[in-house]
Design a protein around this ligand. Sequence first.
Ligand SMILES: Cc1ncc(COP(=O)(O)O)c(C=O)c1O
Length: 427
Amino acid sequence: MPTVPPPVTAQFASRISAIGSENAFKIGPHIREVESRGTRVIRCNIGEPDFPLPHHIAEAVKREIDRGQTHYCDPQGVEPLRAAIAKSMGESRGVEITPDRVVVFPGAKPPIGFAQEIYCDPGAEVIYPSPGFPIYESFTRYLGAVPVPLHLREEQSFAFGARDIERLITGRTKLIYLNFPSNPTGGVASREQLEEIADVIMALAPPDVRVYSDEVYEHILYGCAKHHSIASVRGMAERTILVSGVSKSYAWTGGRVGWAVLPTAEEAAVFRNLNINYFSCVPAYNQLGAAHAIESPQSAVSIAEMVGEFEERRDFIVPRLNAIDGITCAMPQGAFYVFPNIAGVCDRLGIHDHFASSMFQMFLLYEYGVATLDRKSFGQIGAEDKHYLRISIATAMDDLQEAVARIERASTDVEGFRRFIAKGKVA
Ligand SMILES: Cc1ncc(COP(=O)(O)O)c(C=O)c1O
């Protein structure tokens, strides 16, 4: 019998330890472990609408498969989709967009890292909101750039003003991420706030500094909230990378279609070349389905139905959370998350760790079967001593009702928390 050599431990490149991740996906094995013990887990962790792909879009995708749109296609994105994006984004933002400045990606996530690869040399500074979508911070150190978190404070309704960003812009700033409506806080910027921010950027940052405006939740708005884009402010379209996609608006996270509008065709060509290097192209049948989604008048109807349900859930859960002793929760104006402050609960349970919300998050999952995300899932730098959870309301009403009841019970279970810690199960 030939002897099998023992496996050799892989040696990873040093840069790989510097990249972060997205905990909404990383928490999956913990959920499976809890479920394997027979507990039903209520999943309030992931940012994915719990609605099917609207019928008219699904039919369009099937038609395109039947038409044979199943081959390689333009790495920049198929022409009909780029034309539909240029027209709809241009009209809604009041700016002129040509299809040669549009690039299509597998989702709105890839251009986040690509932008840093394209614009940032080592030492370049990247400003991003914190709490914010984790991928903004995740790439910075991996690429040798310098993360500069713009801390959003609950006292200011998680918005920020000119003065907050003013002090962060330096001669080394290359990229500034904005995200309205915002993940995880649900904050929406007014036209006046964006004008103030734009004034500061135009005054302090040279014209080659790019503003990355992540607008993937552009259609998920409540009450009288309206979506405004910084690209609509005079002088900003020339500096702004405008990003959106199909995942949230059309409940189509599995379609993997997102896009960016670049300030110039020259920049679009550089993104196109990264597409060629990484994945060649996005499936043409999904892109053509996305073009139909953008152009069809039926889409406004399906968006309104979905947002109406999210709004009912928001109006249910926010007062219920506020009624729990130790929790305060602001009313989100957009996106589909609530972001309660749980500092009082952490105090009551005797959690005095810098990352108390992470400990409560795990307790809630393992002992009460509710999956949420902790504060440090939304930017690690400066997340110490900030005790929040993100709860996704893209979760059926029955489940949300049960989730709040479980959170309430967990919030007073001092003895249960002590036993949980003794088991050593904190991530
Ligand atoms: C703010 C923000 N940007 C980008 C994305 C990426 O979305 P996708 O790649 O599914 O289009 C998400 C997903 O949750 C998000 O919340």
